[in-house]
Design a protein around this ligand. Structure first.
Ligand code: COA
Ligand code: MG
Length: 278
C-alpha cells in the first residue's frame, strides 16, 4: 500500500513520538535530521531503539542524516534492529546516492527527498533504476530556498515561487519515470486546515498520491484528500465497465463526455486506490 499521509515526528521527543503512534498516519517518519539538534541525536536514537516492535498500524520509516554527514553511520545502526519499514534519505542529489545508501542497507525500501540542493534539480531522471530499492520520492522547499540564498519561497502574490513549483513538478515527473510513489512536500502552516486541504487536493489532481505531514492534525485532512470520493469511484467504475462492454472500442462516450485510453488508465488507478483503502 502506498501511504497517503507521511507524518514526521522529531525522534528526540517522547511525547510527540507517542502521539504520532496514536495518529491515523499511514506512515510515520521518525526524524533524526533537521528537527533534532546535534546534541540530541544520540537521545533520539536511544528512544527509537527502545521503541521497536509492534503489530499492524502505520509503516515505520527513519529519516537519517545526509550521506555526507558525520551522523549517518550511527543512524544506520538502527536499521535491522527495529520494525523499520524503510529509510527516508534527505538531500539526495541523484540515483547514485540511493545506490550508495543501498550498499550499506541492502534491499530496505528508500524514500528520497530529491529537491533540497541546487544540484538535485538536475538529477531527477537518474532515479530510474529497476535494481534500486527506491519506493518513493518527495520534494522540499525549505532546504532548497536556503541552498539557493532565497529570501522567500513565495512570490509577490503569496504563491510558491516559480523555482519551487518547478522543483515540485520535477519531483512528480521524476518519481513517475522511476516507477515510485510521488509524495508532495510539507505544508508548514499547520494551523491552516483550509490551506492544507486546498494544497493536498491540488497535489492529488496533479498526480501525487501522498503528502508529507508535520503535525497530527494534518493527517486526517491528507488521508481524506488522497482517498477517492464515492462519486469518483462511481465514475471510474462506469468508464471501466464501458470499455469492458466494448473491448474493441478506442473511444467511447461516458456521462456525455469523450473517454479514451488515458481515461481508462486513470479510472483503473482510482479503483485500485479505492480498493486499497477499503
Ligand atoms: N508528531 C506527533 N505529535 C506532535 C507533532 C508531530 N509531528 N507535532 C505536534 N505534536 C503534538 C504536540 O506535542 C502537542 O502535544 P500535547 O497536546 O500533548 O502537548 C500536540 O501535538 C499539539 O501540538 P501543537 O501545540 O499544536 O504544536 P507544537 O507547538 O507543540 O509543535 C511543531 C509544533 C511544528 C514544533 C511540531 O508540530 C513538530 O515538531 N512538527 C514536526 C517537525 C518535523 O519533524 N520537521 C522535520 C520535517 S520538515
Ligand atoms: Mg530539511
Amino acid at each position: 500500500m502506498q501511504p497517503r499521509s507521511w507524518l514526521f515526528v522529531p525522534a528526540d521527543s517522547e511525547k510527540k513520538v507517542a502521539k504520532a503512534l496514536d495518529s491515523d498516519a499511514d506512515a510515520i517518519i521518525f526524524d533524526l535530521e533537521d528537527s533534532v539538534a546535534a546534541a540530541m541525536k544520540p537521545v533520539a536514537r536511544d528512544l527509537l531503539r527502545n521503541l521497536l516492535k509492534r503489530s499492524g498500524g502505520p509503516q515505520w520509516w527513519i529519516r537519517v542524516n545526509p550521506l555526507a554527514s558525520p551522523f549517518i553511520k550511527d543512524d544506520l545502526e538502527l536499521i535491522g534492529i527495529g520494525d523499520i519499514h524503510g529509510i527516508v534519505l534527505p538531500k539526495a542529489e541523484s540515483g547514485s546516492d540511493v545506490t550508495e545508501l543501498a550498499h550499506r542497507t541492502g534491499s530496505i525500501p528508500v524514500h528520497a527527498i530529491v529537491t533540497e540542493t541546487a544540484a538535485s534539480l538536475f538529477g531527477m531522471l537518474s532515479y530510474r533504476d529497476p535494481r534500486s530499492p527506491l519506493t518513493a520520492m518527495s520534494w522540499g522547499a525549505e532546504d532548497l530556498s536556503a541552498a539557493l540564498g532565497a529570501s522567500s519561497k513565495y512570490d509577490a502574490s503569496g504563491e510558491l515561487g516559480f523555482t519551487y513549483r518547478l522543483a515540485r513538478s520535477l519531483c512528480l515527473a521524476g518519481a513517475v519515470a522511476a516507477g515510485v510513489q510521488p509524495v508532495d512536500g510539507v505544508f508548514a502552516d499547520f494551523k491552516n486546515e483550509k490551506g492544507l486541504r486546498a494544497e493536498a487536493e491540488a497535489a492529488r489532481r496533479d498526480g501525487f498520491t501522498g503528502k508529507l505531514a508535520i503535525h497530527p492534525a494534518q493527517v486526517p485532512v491528507i488521508n481524506d484528500a488522497f482517498t477517492p470520493s464515492a462519486e469518483e469511484v462511481k465514475h471510474a467504475g462506469e468508464i471501466v465497465a464501458a470499455f469492458e462492454a466494448h473491448p474493441e472500442a478506442g473511444v467511447l462516450t461516458v456521462g456525455g463526455k469523450m473517454v479514451d485510453r488515458p481515461h481508462l488508465v486513470q479510472a483503473r488507478r482510482v479503483l485500485e486506490r479505492a480498493r486499497q483503502e477499503a
